[in-house]
Each structure stands twice: as C-alpha cells, then as structure tokens.
Design a protein around this ligand. Structure first.
Ligand code: ADP
Ligand code: ZN
Ligand code: ZN
Length: 724
C-alpha cells in the first residue's frame, strides 16, 4: 500500500498542512495530481504533494483517496519545489500557493475543453434512394473534403439529410478539441540587422545568471529579447517573457506571434476563462514554447526553461499586493536557478534596488544608452504651473502645451497627454507657493484623510492638522485632489473640436479587447490625441507621436511612499520615451508645481545615473530600502477588540526580537492602519525597519511572533508599496 500527503484545497488555517491518505491498490495516483478525499463528513479536493511507501500513522485509521480529479498531475515537480520555497520564505498558506499555479477555471470546474463535432464518410460507395438528393450532395461533398464540421454541413445542406446519413451509419460523427484562439493583430515579420549595441548585448547575455539590461526608451530592447529567445529555442529550450500590463500586450503579442508563430502562448487577466484554460493547457503539455504574459505568467507550467525575461522590471505591478503576496523577481530568480537558465531584467529606468544589485555585482549590467535610430531623446520642457497661475492662466493646460498641440495638429501628427493618477489617497498643496506638508520624522508626504479632515504619515502613523493656511507663505489657497482624464478630454475638445481624441483609462478599457481597439483607432488618427493614465506610459511604439504632455507630474511625487520620487522619475522617463521614436525628434511638456525638485532636473537630462546616486544616498541616510527592510504585519478582523488584543500580543513578542537585535532595528511601532476599516474589518499594523546584515534571521524570528491560533487575518509585507 502506498500513501499520499495531501494539501486540502481550502482556506482554513487549521487545514494548512499535509494530511496522509492511503492510495487504494486499484487507483493510480501520481505526485502533483488533484484528488478527491473524504474529510470529516465532506468530500474535498486536494493536491498530492508527496507519495510515501509507508507511514508512521496508524494505518487502520487512515482514510483512502476517493479518486483523481484530472487524470494527470497538474503540479509539476518544479512547482512543488517552488511551493516549498514560497511556504518557507514568504510564509504563505500551502493551498493559496498551489492555487497560483492553476487557472482558477480549472478548480471551479466551470470551464471545459471546447469540443467541436465533425463528420466524415464511413463508406465511399453508398447507394442512396433516388429521392434523397440532398443526402447525395452531402456525400459528394464529403468524398471530396474527407472531413467537415457538423455545423457547417448542417447549415449549408440541412440538418435533416445529414442526420439521416448519420442514423444510417454512412456518415460518422466524432469530436475533436478546438483550442480557443487568443485574438491578436497580424503584422508582417520585420527582421532587421541588429545595431552594434544590440549585438553587444546579445554577445554578453550568454551565461546562466541574472542580467540587468539598462537600455534607454527606443533602444530596441524588444529585438534583443526576441533574439535571445530565438537562441534558446534553437537549443530546444523554452522561454518566458513577462510584461507589466495588458495594455502592452497587443503590440508585444503581435510581434511575438509574427516571429514565433504557434509557439507563443499568452497569459493575462484580460483573457476569457476559456482562452486562459486553453492557453494554460497548451503550455502544460509542451505545445507552446514561448509564454508571454503579465505577472501571473511567472507561475505557468512551462518546462525546460532556457530564459526568463522581465520587461520594464521596475514596474510595481510585478509585486502582488493582495493575498497571496509575492514579488515576481523573487519567483523568477527561483525558477532561473531551478532550470539553470538566464534571467534578464530589462528597463530604461531600473529600480533603485535592482540597479544597486547590479553595481554590487549580484546582477551583470548590460547597457544600451542610445536609441536605435540614433535620434536624440525628446526634449523635455518644464513648465512652472505656479507661474502660469501668476500670469492669469488657471486652466489645466499651460500655454506652451496648447501651442505645441496646435503644431502637432497642423502637421497632422500625434500627441499623447498623460494624466498621473494613482491610488485614492491624496496630498494637500498650497496653490500659491507649491508647499506640500511632510512628516517631521519620516520625510515622506502626508496623506490627507478626508473623513477625519487630518493629515497622516503612513510610515509612522503620526497625525497632523489639515492645512487651512499655508505654513510657508500664509496663503489660504490650499488645494487637494487630482484632475481626471474625462475632464482633460472635455477641455481638449474645446481647443481642438475637429481632432479625434481618445481616452484610455480603467473606465474605457474594462471591456475585452478595448485596449487593442483604442490603440488601433489612435494609430490611424492623424492628427490625433490620446489621453490616458499610467496605461499609456509604457511600451507603446507609435512613430507619429512627436509630443507628450504630462499634465500633473507632481501627483506621484507626493505619495506617502519612500519610493515616490523614484516612481516619478520612472514615469517621466517612460512617458517621454513615447515621443519621437521615428524620424523626428520628440518634445515633452512637463507641467509641475514644484519645478525646482531635483527629480525633474535629472529626468530632463535623462541622467539615470545621477538620479540613482542622489536617490540611493538619500535612502542610505534616511534608512530606507534597499539599505533596510520595511516589514509590515497587518492584522484585520471585524471585532476591533480582537484585533487590538491580538496585535498587542504579537507586538510584545516583536519587541523581544528587537531587544535581541538591538543594533539592527531602526524603527518599530504598532498603530491603527491609516485606513482603519475596510470592508467591515478593522485594521491594525506593526511597522518596522531593520538593517540588512541579519535581515533573514530577523524576518524568520518575526514570523514566529504571530500566534498560529489568532482569529485575525494576518498579512506580512516586505517593502510594501502601499501603507494605507
Ligand atoms: P525599447 O523597448 O527599448 O523602448 P523597442 O524595442 O520598442 O525599444 O524599439 C524601438 C523601435 O526601434 C521599434 O520601432 C523597433 O521596431 C525598432 N528597432 C528595434 N531594433 C531595430 C533594428 N536593429 N533596426 C531597425 N529598427 C529597430
Ligand atoms: Zn512619519
Ligand atoms: Zn504657500
């Protein structure tokens, strides 16, 4: 008798371990298979994560596996290893990890293979009664075609004669699976000679390790990726390419389909359930050799990986913020090591963290500092909006922006207008002098909480009075809130009533295929203007876009996040990179209320290295990552007394850890979360920062501080994006 260690596919904390079941002799149950098992009075689904030849449990008390669910092991051995890694390092529940590895459609059983009904002749020399004319036509047709879809024949020649033939047994009906095809734009394959910089990059990226490809926007990174993938395919291996947002994938997918054809599978959240299910199985069974997808594609069951590429590696969307929390880089690093393959992190603006790893030698740095066409980077003009105000212009658009837009319209070219919107929290700003309130202790911007009319620091929890008078200049003209895309489109229409203006944001892209359709319409519109949020910032390659307008650059600058300046630099560089990608140098108009902020100076000069130095130094001095780790433990429960009590117990234990690692901690406190109640649950948090020397050790100690039996739900987050 064999035994199986099974993880029950349920959320309950008490079930978060392996349970032993016996495998009855008549069943074949394999490692990684899903099975049905009896559990108490119920029958539940579970995953077999180990097969044992014996057990220390009393065999007479062990229940038996009822049956396998799918008939093949859905979790491959690499993913089992990854599960153990994630359990140990990210402290996630086993079931919630395993769920990441399967399309949810599969677990709910709601989606099935798409089976298509076909017909073919069973007998070539049928003798039909004279009056069966239609049947005769169908037979002639099938003699020629051999096979046809049931529905086609029935539609063309009638259902009755076809089913009569089937009934007589002259025509055979059979089913075949049809994979649902993901829609993409067909473009012709353009294979061009590589530039010397591209060749150099390809020459360098050869060893099985991690590379940071730092290439300016328009330096032709995609072409490098495709050549790397080609090389890997030639060796009989496979490739995984991640892109940050689905708005990017229409173009990327079109390129990849043109180059690699049916070898490409696509995984992202914009697919229909059926498409996702089919793409996943194409990958699982080795039909697809190249996977292109968003964050979740890092878990695709592709085997024999030769290369993993993370494009726009600095993007925050690579970090999953909701449960289960993980960082795509870390998972990619695991898979790279497991497969002994190459990992490429590509960006025009690498994250401070990745770039410092490159400088430390953990990654190898590969640089492409010049655009493919040799064109200079777009010229960035910084417009001081306070100055505009002083000159009587209180509109959304500055005078230079309107002037440049008029030029674009006249030349029948294209422009993109970028609205910087993120999150629902906001800061308060003096409209006279540009003053923004900051925390005295943390040097991050305070967030305005409308409900309580208070300013709060999201790092230390300190509260401040909301501004009514500017402490810097005494003005009462305090403003908060952001401009929306809709407003911008309305205003633009007043200036340019005859120009097609497109809007791309969460509202206009909620429907399937909407991204592709908006982008395709914009591509044809000359002149044309595309207004959008972060969605239009990256990846797009429109050769006639010669102007980019950034309406409110400061929006991301004053978020309560130690990375907000870094994010602003990245955004400006990315958005600016959309302009002047072809024959004409581009222009960027950047509107700001803080024109003298250093971030704009570095961005204006495309001085990534200068910016990195300045920013890294600031982080070092203020003890923020990558020089420390920020760890947040978030407790939530409907009963406030329970959260408060449980977090106190945890906090006391964390304090003991801090005592033991006195020199390592730079900050520790417990507080209500800035957003104290979400979806009827009260939220409290413990926040800490500690140095890196003993970080792993401390982290492990901290994880032990949470009582297994706590009633609250508990989340750990390392270097969280959002502290609200
Ligand atoms: P990045 O991703 O670095 O911003 P892209 O990969 O989008 O840059 O390339 C910018 C443009 O240059 C694209 O239009 C691409 O087709 C073109 N391109 C890339 N490599 C070459 C090459 N070797 N010769 C000519 N054009 C190229
Ligand atoms: Zn603070
Ligand atoms: Zn002021």
């Amino acid at each position: 008798m064999k035994f199986a260690n099974v993880i029950i596919d349920q959320d309950a904390k008490a079930l978060d371990r392996e349970f032993v079941y016996a495998i009855p002799d008549h069943l074949s149950v394999k490692l990684g298979e899903r099975v049905l098992v009896p559990f108490g009075a119920r029958v539940l689904e579970g995953f077999v994560v180990e097969i044992l030849n014996e057990t220390t449990f009393d065999e007479t008390k062990i229940k038996e596996v009822i049956r396998p669910v799918d008939g093949f092991p859905v979790i491959k051995s690499e993913m089992l290893a990854l599960m153990h890694y994630m359990k140990e390092n990210l402290h996630l529940k086993l079931a919630s990890i395993l769920r990441l590895f399967l399309p949810s459609e599969m677990r709910t059983g709601k989606v099935k293979e798409l089976l298509v009904r076909y017909v073919r002749l069973r007998n070539e020399d049928v003798i039909l009664p004279k009056n069966a004319k239609k049947q005769a036509i169908i037979l002639e047709f099938l003699k020629e075609k051999k096979v046809a879809k049931f529905s086609d024949i029935s539609a063309e020649f009638g259902y009755a004669p076809l089913s009569a033939l089937v009934k007589k047994g002259e025509v055979e009906v059979f089913f075949e699976e049809q994979k649902r095809a993901v829609a993409y734009d067909k473009i012709s394959l353009q294979k061009r000679p590589l530039t010397p910089l591209q060749q150099r990059a390809l020459g360098t990226i050869r060893q099985n390790k991690t590379y940071l490809l730092h290439g300016v926007t328009g330096s032709g990174k995609t072409e490098v990726y495709m050549n790397l993938i080609e090389r890997v395919l030639e060796k009989g291996k496979t490739a995984l390419m991640l892109v940050p947002e689905i708005s990017l994938t229409p173009q990327v997918l079109a390129n990849f389909k043109a180059r690699f054809g049916e070898n490409v599978a696509l995984i992202h959240s914009g697919l229909s359930a059926g498409e996702r299910f089919d793409e996943w199985r194409r990958i699982f069974f080795g039909e697809a050799k190249v996977v292109v997808g968003a964050r979740s594609a890092i878990f695709s069951p592709i085997e024999n990986l030769g290369i993993i590429i993370i494009d726009e590696e600095h993007e925050q969307s690579y970090i999953s913020e909701s449960n289960p929390r993980y960082d795509t880089h870390e998972i990619a690093e695991f898979r790279r090591k497991y497969n002994d393959s190459i990992l490429v992190l590509g960006s025009a603006t690498p994250s401070i963290e990745s770039y410092s790893k490159a400088l430390d030698g953990e990654y190898e740095l590969v640089e492409m500092p010049v655009r493919v066409n040799g064109m200079e980077m777009p010229k960035i003009l910084i417009v001081d909006m306070l100055d505009e105000l002083r000159h009587g212009n209180s509109e959304i658009f500055s005078i230079p922006l309107i002037a440049e837009l008029s030029n674009v319209v006249e030349e029948k070219k294209q422009a993109m207008i970028f609205i910087n919107r993120r999150g629902f929290s906001s800061f308060q700003r003096c409209r006279e002098c540009g003053y923004v309130a900051k925390c005295k202790d943390c040097d991050v911007s305070l967030v305005y909480h409308h409900y309580e009319n208070k300013l709060k620091c999201h790092y230390c929890g300190k509260r401040y009075r909301a501004l009514d008078i500017c402490p810097s200049c005494g003005s009462h003209n305090i403003k908060q809130g952001a401009i929306g895309t809709e407003r911008v489109v309305e205003e633009l229409k007043k200036y340019f009533p005859n120009v097609p203006i497109f809007r791309m944001d969460n509202d206009t892209t909620s429907q399937k295929g909407a991204h592709r359709s908006i982008l395709n319409q914009f591509r044809e519109a000359k002149p044309g203007i595309l207004v959008g949020t972060q969605m239009i910032a990256k990846g797009h390659d429109f050769e006639d876009v010669i102007l980019v307008g950034i309406v409110d650059a400061d929006q991301s600058l004053y978020q309560a996040d130690y990375r907000s300046i870094e994010k602003t630099f990245q955004l400006i560089t990315q958005v600016s990179g959309r302009a002047g990608r072809s024959k004409q140098q581009g222009k960027v108009i950047l509107q700001t209320y803080s024109p003298r902020h250093y971030v704009y100076r570095y961005a204006q000069n495309y001085d990534f290295k200068g910016f990195f130095k300045k920013e890294a130094n600031l982080r070092k001095v203020t003890n923020f990552p990558p020089y420390t780790k920020v760890l947040r433990i978030l407790f939530s429960h409907e009963d406030e007394n329970i959260v408060a009590k449980e977090i106190k117990v945890c906090y006391n234990k964390v304090q003991e850890v801090k005592e033991r690692f006195k020199d390592e901690f730079v900050y520790l406190d417990v507080m209500k979360s800035p957003l104290n109640r979400i979806k009827t649950k009260y939220r409290y948090q413990i926040l800490m920062r500690f140095k890196l020397n003993k970080a792993k050790e401390i982290e492990n100690e901290i994880f032990k501080c949470v009582d297994e039996k706590a009633k609250s739900s508990v989340f750990f987050e390392v270097n969280p994006n959002n502290l609200s």
